[in-house]
Design a binder for this molecule. Structure first.
Ligand SMILES: *[C@@H]1O[C@H](CO)[C@@H](O)[C@H](O)[C@H]1NC(C)=O
Ligand SMILES: *[C@@H]1O[C@H](CO)[C@@H](O)[C@H](O)[C@H]1NC(C)=O
Ligand SMILES: *[C@@H]1O[C@H](CO)[C@@H](O)[C@H](O)[C@H]1NC(C)=O
Ligand SMILES: *[C@@H]1O[C@H](CO)[C@@H](O)[C@H](O)[C@H]1NC(C)=O
Ligand SMILES: *[C@@H]1O[C@H](CO)[C@@H](O)[C@H](O)[C@H]1NC(C)=O
Ligand SMILES: *[C@@H]1O[C@H](CO)[C@@H](O)[C@H](O)[C@H]1NC(C)=O
Ligand SMILES: *[C@@H]1O[C@H](CO)[C@@H](O)[C@H](O)[C@H]1NC(C)=O
Ligand SMILES: *[C@@H]1O[C@H](CO)[C@@H](O)[C@H](O)[C@H]1NC(C)=O
Ligand SMILES: *[C@@H]1O[C@H](CO)[C@@H](O)[C@H](O)[C@H]1NC(C)=O
Ligand SMILES: *[C@@H]1O[C@H](CO)[C@@H](O)[C@H](O)[C@H]1NC(C)=O
Ligand SMILES: *[C@@H]1O[C@H](CO)[C@@H](O)[C@H](O)[C@H]1NC(C)=O
Ligand SMILES: *[C@@H]1O[C@H](CO)[C@@H](O)[C@H](O)[C@H]1NC(C)=O
Length: 716
């Protein structure tokens, strides 16, 4: 442990924020006082509408009924204020409204947080020159467009208009964009996609005291704009990691399954993840072990029905997502104490899940609550895949806390799920698992999770990956278990599934056309953060909601490309704070590069294709160990690995006995094309490594010490 700490401190000096490359892509603002960037639209008689924008100068005067919609050109969040320098009299009004998507720009209200209609405009009575600010409870966490409406005869002149950016409240005012991680490739679309994912997670990180915007969820009249505010307290610290900054502003564990790794790979904001997870565990029913659908705020008003639902109802999968959240937090932080402190809760929770397993070996899900999909019951494939995955994770955590008492039970339950799911739910003609045994619906969620969990065999995974990609529409991958939904949440898992199935190009293609071409570039989007869901037709209608204005355009659960690109494309898989796997899967990218600093050290990888083959540079923290996995080259090739470990600058490797040996390994491999020639292991030189395996698909070198490596793949 001490050795790791020392290593982490040493690398943190090297990898200080100012050296993080590609900062030109970072969307986070460089300071908190933000003026609008441009005028999107002006109505009525407005003099010098652009005066209060970053590119304008001079005052802006609103005459009679008039309005200006200002554009921040990206999604932001915070507290609006303005300075009035003059007005015709003391009986003027200015109304402020907000929206993430241009679809909902209106002088009469903001986009919605409720089930119906829109949120009311905030009105200010202008009594003379001076500063006017929204109250803290009207922190609007997500908006790109700010509408300023003047509804009276007479005039009001503004000399200043700004938003105080409130996301990432615990980061320094000038350090919001000090990322600890980076990504770059030869594909400009993917570069933008990664940084928008990181920024989405940042906007979801809100002040702990501005939680829960669902004030009037029971509103029934679409014509009456509803009151709204955000003043519940979500965690015991200064920040909270929520589903979305406009709405719900609540700690949802489903979102964590995608967004928590994204946070560690971009900003390493461990404290917010820890505080937020703690709030989920604090809401556990200590009798049954049931974890909440979402965390209860510490203080909430009104105590509306929806907030109570979070603890009253049980979601089989969201319950498991809290357990997986603890694992994700632990692998990047190595925080054994936190794991130990929550271990009894983890076991209680997992045993509750096991109580749903019946004589078939599968869990019979009896609650319909999931990610707002339909038909979530019976021997559901998604639930059983996630349960299998959680059981496997539990075994690794059990070793970490030295509590091996239930390992046999968990291992047996995991394999029984695999056997039963294959018997009852697999359809080899369709190349899909069915949702449950009484249907022929083949869900996206269950099939992608069957791959991630390893419930699907390698050949099934290959077939499922092909079948999933055959269903894609022009706007993304469908989730037929939720009607006509495209779910960027479930598709974030689909990205991982294609990489795991050995089809990286599918994941890369999907990120390009779904996340870049549609979710960033469609003009109804914010061009900076990711929408929570939409319709397969490309309409911004999320089938789960009646009210399209309610859709969040910044949802952490849609940030899956951060993990997909850093972990899979660039190949940096962190298993825990001492072990990693490096396996680049660049598809047809000619260059892909990622790096990140976490508590136990700094990771970096840089893959590039060369005239002769390819080159892969790898850095992992001193004191760790890992495996290098390479896809078998398409050509007959020579692979050489040169390592530099420790500070001596020698080409060296520590063997099992801690002795340092100079090394330079090389081997010849044959491509595994149509030719019948089997894979042939060449001879390594100068010394033969003890750990080396090869198959038709990959060549693996195990037990490499943390350090810097250069891998050259040269076609011969
Ligand atoms: C601008 O005027 C049009 C036409 O009167 C109206 O429909 C729209 O709501 C106004 N927009 C704003 C932002 O005031
Ligand atoms: C605002 O209205 C007052 C009263 O009619 C007028 O004197 C003043 O010039 C107007 N200001 C601007 C900037 O148009
Ligand atoms: C302007 O809006 C304010 C606040 O809603 C309202 O009290 C006032 O009557 C409106 N004035 C006009 C002329 O519509
Ligand atoms: C825990 O769950 C049991 C069984 O569903 C229920 O009776 C009890 O009220 C729950 N406790 C709390 C504190 O919600
Ligand atoms: C939030 O603000 C509302 C409206 O002012 C107030 O009624 C409520 O008590 C506040 N809730 C909390 C938890 O402060
Ligand atoms: C089985 O799956 C179908 C399709 O999703 C669904 O309609 C049905 O309700 C599910 N059965 C149960 C018991 O949930
Ligand atoms: C699941 O449990 C429910 C409630 O006990 C029961 O009605 C249903 O038949 C079970 N489903 C299966 C597939 O066993
Ligand atoms: C970390 O992962 C490696 C590889 O799976 C495993 O051998 C090791 O025991 C793990 N360490 C801990 C502390 O769980
Ligand atoms: C588990 O046991 C090992 C070996 O005895 C010890 O090094 C480690 O600190 C223990 N871990 C925990 C979390 O107790
Ligand atoms: C399996 O899938 C095929 C092709 O979709 C379908 O025709 C067949 O009915 C399915 N079989 C079962 C048992 O669901
Ligand atoms: C979207 O944002 C990128 C920067 O991330 C910018 O280069 C591009 O011009 C923006 N697109 C539009 C249509 O504004
Ligand atoms: C990568 O492959 C995709 C199809 O999967 C293709 O559209 C694209 O042009 C290719 N890019 C390069 C640089 O070859």
């Amino acid at each position: 442990m001490h050795r790791q700490l020392a290593a982490a401190l040493a690398t943190s000096l090297v990898a200080s924020a100012s050296t993080v490359p590609y900062s030109q892509y970072i969307l986070a603002p460089s300071q908190r006082d933000l003026s609008p960037v441009s005028v999107y639209r002006a109505n009525g008689t407005v003099a010098n509408a652009a005066g209060v924008t970053t590119s304008g100068s001079g005052d802006t005067t609103f005459n009679s009924a008039s309005a200006v919609t200002y554009d921040y050109t990206k999604n932001i969040g915070g507290l609006v204020s303005f300075v009035v320098s003059g007005s015709s009299d003391n009986d003027q009004y200015i109304g402020i409204s907000f929206t993430e998507s241009s679809l909902w720009i209106s002088p009469d209200g903001s986009d919605a947080t409720q089930d119906i209609g829109i949120d009311e405009t905030l009105w200010f009575k202008i009594t003379g020159p001076g500063n006017y600010s929204v109250e803290p409870l009207h922190e609007r966490g997500g908006f790109r467009y700010l509408n300023v409406y003047h509804n009276t005869t007479g005039n009001v002149t503004l000399s200043h208009l700004q938003t105080y950016f409130t996301a990432m409240p615990h980061f320094p005012d000038d350090g919001i964009g000090e990322y600890t991680g980076y990504f770059h490739s030869n594909d400009e679309k993917l570069n933008r996609v990664w940084y928008a994912g990181a920024y989405t997670d940042q906007l979801c990180t809100i002040p702990s005291t501005s939680g829960n915007s669902l004030v009037d969820l029971d509103a029934t009249d679409p014509n009456i704009p509803t009151v709204w505010w955000s003043n519940s307290t979500l965690t015991n610290g200064s920040s909270a990691f929520t589903d979305g900054p406009k709405r719900d502003k609540l700690i949802w564990p489903g979102d964590f399954a995608i967004s928590v790794p994204g946070v560690f790979l971009s900003t390493d904001d461990a404290i917010t993840v820890k505080l937020s997870l703690q709030q989920l565990f604090a809401s556990q029913n200590t009798t049954t072990g049931a974890l909440p659908w979402f965390a209860q705020p510490l203080y909430a008003f009104p105590d509306n029905g929806f907030l109570n639902l979070g603890r009253r109802v049980f979601s089989f999968n969201y319950h498991l997502f809290t357990l997986l959240g603890l694992h994700n937090y632990w692998i990047y932080t190595g925080d054994d104490e936190y794991l130990q402190n929550n271990w009894n809760r983890f076991k209680l929770g997992l045993n509750y899940s096991l109580s749903f397993i019946d004589e078939t070996g599968l869990a019979n899900v009896t609650s319909s609550f999931d990610w707002l999909r339909a038909g979530m019951g019976g021997h559901n494939i998604e639930a059983n895949s996630i349960l299998k995955h959680t059981l496997d994770v539990a075994v690794t955590l059990a070793y970490a806390v030295n509590d091996t008492s239930q390992i046999a039970t968990w291992t047996n339950a995991s394999s029984a799920i695999v056997t039963a799911a294959n018997t009852l739910l697999w359809n080899s003609t369709a190349s899909f698992f069915k949702d449950n045994e009484t249907t022929t619906l083949y869900p996206q969620d269950g099939n992608v999770w069957s791959i991630i969990s390893g419930l699907a065999s390698p050949s099934q995974s290959t077939a499922i990956s092909t079948a999933l990609s055959a269903r894609w529409g022009p706007y993304g991958a469908p989730a037929p278990e939720a009607g006509t939904t495209v779910s960027p949440f479930i598709t974030g898992f689909e990205l991982q599934a294609h990489f795991l199935a050995g089809a990286p190009q599918r994941a890369i293609d999907l990120m390009r056309f779904m996340w870049a071409d549609f979710m960033l570039d469609d003009p109804r989007m914010t061009n900076s953060t990711y929408i929570e869901g939409y319709d397969t037709s490309g309409s911004l209608h999320y089938p789960a909601y009646a009210d399209d204005a309610r859709i969040s355009h910044s949802h952490g659960w849609s940030s899956g490309p951060v993990l997909a690109l850093s972990t899979f494309a660039a190949g940096l898989h962190v298993l825990n704070s001492t072990h990693w796997v490096a396996h680049p899967q660049p598809g047809n990218l000619t260059r892909v590069e990622a790096g990140f600093k976490v508590g136990h050290g700094f990771y970096a990888a840089n893959y590039s294709s060369t005239a002769e083959g390819a080159r892969y540079e790898l850095s992992t923290p001193e004191g760790t160990r890992g495996s290098l996995v390479l896809d078998t080259p398409e050509c007959n090739a020579r692979i050489s690995i040169t390592g530099v470990i420790g500070s001596g600058g020698k080409h060296a490797r520590a063997d099992d006995h801690g002795h340092v040996k100079n090394f330079h390994w090389a081997k010849k491999v044959q491509s595994h094309g149509a030719a019948a020639s089997p894979w042939k292991c060449g001879v390594w030189g100068p010394s033969t490594p003890e750990y080396e395996t090869a198959s038709d698909d990959t060549v693996t070198v195990d037990n490499l010490a943390g350090g810097n490596y250069t891998v050259l793949i040269t076609c011969i």
